[in-house]
Design a protein around this ligand. Structure first.
Ligand SMILES: Cc1cc2nc3c(=O)[nH]c(=O)nc-3n(C[C@H](O)[C@H](O)[C@H](O)COP(=O)(O)O)c2cc1C
Length: 378
């Protein structure tokens, strides 16, 4: 489809979303809306015809957006972040909506109901969400059984976390839980993410500590897989913490970092909503600056040795491009899609091409880390 036609198409969908659909959705409990969207997405993914119609409505492709990263071919750099498709039931439709890849999960060693409801709130003024799901998912066995023989249309990452209950109270039990999920998914999907940064579990984030992380990664290194492995980092880490994590990562099978997960910081000056719950992690614009800063910090410190996936507060092409120029090879999002509508994915991809042209770049890879001083290994 011609670029101008796509612009008109996206403009029309954006108007419908903003003026009608969003007004309705934002009056309903957010978890209910999320469940309904998941149900619709699952149905649309089932048939070739509905997948094609969805692609015509939302899709966009351009050769300049293609990249091969860690041996995986991505048709565009914008992915769906972990937490939207917790049980991996949307893998057939996410590519048609315009995403270049998807991360399913987080998936844990055993099934997990998550925290009691309510556990998802909108921060309308601050353009974020408060998330307190607590790793609700069907567990690695059930999800792997369903996905084992599936052919995926886009690269699929599997986010692995630790079951959120008392069974993982000790470090050994926690490691065994991660290892079970990792082993179960060793040949399913295209890459792994080790989520050590869920802010909503009863055990906290024990594997942020270098010694515990070293023990976890030593165990996971022993499991045979050809899939690249990423570590997903909390938005609330200090530079000292990040340095410690990089040192540990250097000794293990880690290809890169996902920056970042949610933030818990209630002192964040961008919080404009009153009466937000005191627990749960915050997404969207509340995490954007931290995500951008961490991407730049890790890229500069490691001189581009690690692949960085930028995540947090992407609502526009400018937001995504800033992360790319700070060192991200790929980006992920959830909250921006909820606030702006699903057409925002192809708008971001279209916008990235314009921004590349403005800066005189012929490929995406030329832009990666371009705003960071001394950005490449000599
Ligand atoms: C509803 C919801 C559930 C989430 N669940 C997970 C999860 O299970 N695992 C994970 O690694 N991140 C999870 N996240 C964090 C996102 O993957 C992402 O890091 C964060 O929301 C920042 O991106 P955004 O501002 O584009 O939403 C969740 C986020 C949301 C909004």
């Amino acid at each position: 489809m011609k670029n101008s036609l796509i612009a008109v198409r996206n403009g029309s969908i954006a108007a419908i979303y903003k003026n009608i659909l969003k007004r309705i959705y934002f009056r309903i409990d957010p978890e209910q809306v999320h469940d309904a969207m998941t149900h619709i997405g699952q149905r649309l993914g089932r048939y070739a015809l509905t997948r094609t119609l969805t692609r015509l409505t939302f899709g966009y492709t351009h050769p300049i957006l293609k990249q091969t990263i860690a041996g995986i071919e991505f048709t565009n750099p914008v992915g769906l972040a972990a937490g939207f498709d917790k049980d991996g039931v949307l893998t057939d439709i996410i590519g048609s909506v315009g995403f270049g890849f998807e991360e399913i999960g987080s998936i844990t060693g055993r099934a997990c109901k998550g925290n009691p409801k309510p556990r998802l709130w909108r921060m309308k003024k601050s353009k974020g969400l408060v998330v307190y799901y607590g790793l609700k998912n069907a567990g690695c066995d059930v999800i792997a059984k369903r996905l084992a023989l599936k052919k995926f249309f886009i690269p699929i990452g599997t986010s692995i976390a630790m079951t959120n209950d008392a069974s993982t109270a000790t470090q050994d039990a926690g490691i065994a839980d991660y290892a079970k999920a990792f082993e179960t998914f060793a040949t399913i999907g295209d890459y792994f993410t080790i989520n050590i940064s869920c802010p909503n579990t009863c055990m906290g984030e024990p594997f942020v500590e270098p010694t515990a992380l070293d023990a976890l990664l030593t165990r996971l290194d022993a499991i045979k897989t050809t899939k690249p492995v990423f570590l997903k980092l909390s938005a609330d880490l200090s530079n000292d913490h990040i340095n410690g994590i990089i040192e540990v990562a250097d000794r293990h099978r880690i290809n890169g970092f996902i920056c970042t997960n949610l933030t818990k910081d209630r002192g964040n000056e961008n919080i404009k909503d009153a009466n937000i719950p005191p627990y749960g992690g915050m997404s969207g614009k509340l995490v954007q600056d931290r995500s951008d800063a961490m991407i730049g910090y890790i890229y500069k410190r490691t001189r581009g040795r690690y692949i960085i996936v930028g995540c947090g507060g992407i609502f526009s092409a400018n937001d995504a491009y800033k992360k790319i120029c700070s060192g991200a090879s790929l980006v992920q999002m959830i909250t921006g899609m909820i606030f702006e509508g699903p057409q925002v994915i192809s708008e971001i991809n279209r916008g990235i091409i314009e921004l590349l042209k403005q800066d005189g770049f012929k490929t995406l890879s030329e832009a990666i880390g371009s705003k960071i001083e001394h950005h490449r290994e000599p």
